[in-house]
Design a protein around this ligand. Structure first.
Ligand SMILES: C[S@@+](CC[C@H](N)C(=O)[O-])C[C@H]1O[C@@H](n2cnc3c(N)ncnc32)[C@H](O)[C@@H]1O
Length: 248
């Protein structure tokens, strides 16, 4: 299912290279709070929950209960088990939940893996109570300029161009009765220095769908660019942004 197989090796790399420390996610904590308007104990559905980084963060930040739906057994196995996170097998177009049983849905870097976004939108409509928001955190086709990976490895833009665009995503969700409410780039601080990026870049190549699309030569070129900037002590923007698209 999806563009890459999330097997045990990929799952371990994902946790090591892609999970962002909580202090690097402050802007995300604020942005989600504004759009989800969390209430203690409400049920948030995390679709394609991966290794559970956001599921556990949402419980800690907002005191909500999260149903973490994840199709890959190897990713599911790494989701921390705790009473406020209910881990279930399933996927975006087959959600193991009752009709109208969730107060919000979260999809983080998942929409480009979903083979039929319109079917997923219909299924999300079924399980959400009326008026509940869908929050999509993703890189969208045509909006890669704030992605650090694209700055250092420009050839990743090739694959990004095949991701669902904002327009395609909104169209799929509109057919299921959702209206777009907001679209905003949100900053994350996932590295403290370029040296850290250089240290992580091999693992990222396994864990990141865009990075996996590079040829060996493209990867080596980008790595050399980072190494040269580290060597020269070049001042560089350490932040990266993904978009938050909200629909209701
Ligand atoms: C890049 S990871 C993101 C994990 C997590 N949401 C995060 O941001 O840390 C993408 C996840 O989507 C899952 N996935 C792939 N196809 C899916 C589908 N059709 N429905 C739901 N999740 C899917 C993968 O198994 C993987 O765990």
């Amino acid at each position: 299912m999806g563009r890459i197989a999330y097997d045990a090796a990929t799952a371990a790399s994902f946790r090591q290279a892609r999970e962002i420390r909580r202090d690097g996610l402050r802007a995300w904590e604020d942005a989600v709070r504004r759009h989800l308007t969390p209430v203690l104990g409400m049920t948030v559905l995390d679709i394609g929950a991966g290794t559970g980084a956001f599921a556990t963060a949402f419980c800690d930040w907002y005191g909500v209960r999260v149903v973490a739906v994840e199709p890959a057994a190897a990713m599911r196995a790494l989701i921390p088990r705790r009473p406020d996170v209910d881990v279930r097998a399933g996927h975006a177009a087959a959600l193991p939940l009752e009709d109208g049983s969730a107060d919000g849905a979260w999809l983080s870097t998942v929409t480009h893996h979903v083979p039929d976004l319109a079917a997923a939108a219909r299924e999300i409509r079924r399980v959400l109570r009326p008026g509940a928001p869908v929050l999509i955190r993703n890189a969208f086709a045509g909006r890669g300029e704030r992605l650090r990976i694209v700055r250092w490895f420009p050839e990743t833009a090739r694959l990004l161009a095949t991701y669902p665009s904002v327009e395609q995503t909104c169209k799929a969700f509109a057919a299921a009765g959702f209206t777009p409410i907001a679209l905003e780039p949100v900053v994350q601080r996932d590295i403290a220095s370029l040296t850290e990026l250089l240290d992580r870049v091999e693992t990222l190549r396994t864990a990141d769908t865009l990075m996996r699309s590079l040829t060996d030569e493209e990867f080596a070129r980008g790595r050399r660019r980072i190494a040269a900037a580290v060597e020269a002590g070049t001042a560089t923007d350490l932040t990266s942004s993904l978009d938050l698209l909200v629909l209701r």
